[in-house]
Design a protein around this ligand. Structure first.
Ligand code: AMP
Length: 286
């Protein structure tokens, strides 16, 4: 049987009304927030949500407040028709795609700041980014009031920020963080991969290769962080076009750097290839 078209909703009030009816039937509501330009990474979250919940809400919103002034908000890919086709094939019930002025009407000036885990790594390179993320996600949580929310490990720090926000603000939401979906050569799927020209696309495997190098060092018995970081940097530095924003080995809960790998450790990288900035991470276990 062909899947039904998802219902596309543009207004907060309309979504609230649709969800009131659904909740009255005691349905478990799952929520997948996205910025669109959907790929298999997004769809893996959607499929998990479909399996685990009775009603799946996907938001598509390129959130202006999480982009810095020099970042790619304007050119971020917007592919609503294709996104809707993908969501239809997954059997999604509701798609919420508001205009920016619906989410941020004139005079909007309330912000959510999650301290601590938002500060290192992406927090250093993209000041204000997680304030925008936390603010829009809390707004979306308040609008959708999901039982379960789905995020990808691809954006590990983001998931940690949301986890802390849920805990600190007593939000009655279960957080599910699902594994990174990769291309066959290891590149983490990302909407930003569409920026890469063929040459940069080949070079973009450098993030995954540097993470694998860390895992390999560990397998060979190396525990010293400085030695492993040097090896990871060497992989990236071999690409003339690549600029490293950071290469880090951090505690997976605090995101503070470790001196040696003695327990679970997150390897995280951010690399710019020309104008395209990519991130990736891998959880290491000795
Ligand atoms: P975005 O549209 O980039 O804001 O991503 C929306 C959600 O999809 C976030 O929770 C991301 O972590 C997740 N996501 C993005 N790429 C991937 C991927 N390759 N694998 C798994 N989840 C992903």
């Amino acid at each position: 049987m062909a899947a039904r078209e998802p219902r596309l909703i543009r207004k907060i009030a309309e979504l609230r009304e649709a969800l009131t009816l659904i909740r009255r039937e005691r349905k478990r509501v799952g929520f997948v927030p996205t910025m669109g330009a959907l790929h298999e990474g997004h769809l893996s979250l959607v499929r998990a949500c479909k399996t685990e919940c009775d009603c799946t809400v996907v938001s598509i919103f390129v959130n202006p407040t999480q982009f810095g002034p020099q970042e790619d908000f304007e050119r971020y890919p917007r592919t609503l028709d294709r996104d809707l086709a993908g969501l239809r094939s997954c059997g999604v019930e509701l798609v919420f795609a508001p205009e920016a002025r619906e989410m941020y009407p004139p005079g909007f000036d309330t912000w959510v700041e999650v301290k601590g885990v938002s500060e290192p790594l992406e927090g250093v390179c993209r000041p204000g980014h997680f304030r925008g993320v936390a603010t829009v996600v809390l707004k979306l949580f308040n609008i959708v009031q999901p039982d379960v929310a789905y995020f990808g490990q691809k954006d590990y720090q983001q998931a940690l920020v949301i986890e802390k926000m849920i805990r600190d603000l007593d939000l009655p939401i279960i957080l599910r963080v699902l594994p990174t979906v990769r291309e066959s050569d290891g590149l983490a799927m990302s909407s930003r991969n569409s920026y890469l020209d063929p040459e940069s696309r080949k070079q973009a495997t450098v993030l995954w290769r540097s993470l694998c190098r860390a895992a390999e060092c560990l397998r060979n018995g190396e525990r010293r962080a400085d030695v492993i970081l040097r090896e990871m940097r060497q992989v990236i530095d071999a690409i003339p076009n690549a600029r490293t924003d950071y290469v880090a080995l951090v505690n997976p809960e605090t995101l503070q750097p470790v001196d040696a790998i003695t327990g679970k450790t997150l390897a995280a990288v951010a690399v710019r290839l020309g104008k395209t900035r990519l991130i990736d991470n891998l959880l290491l276990e000795p």
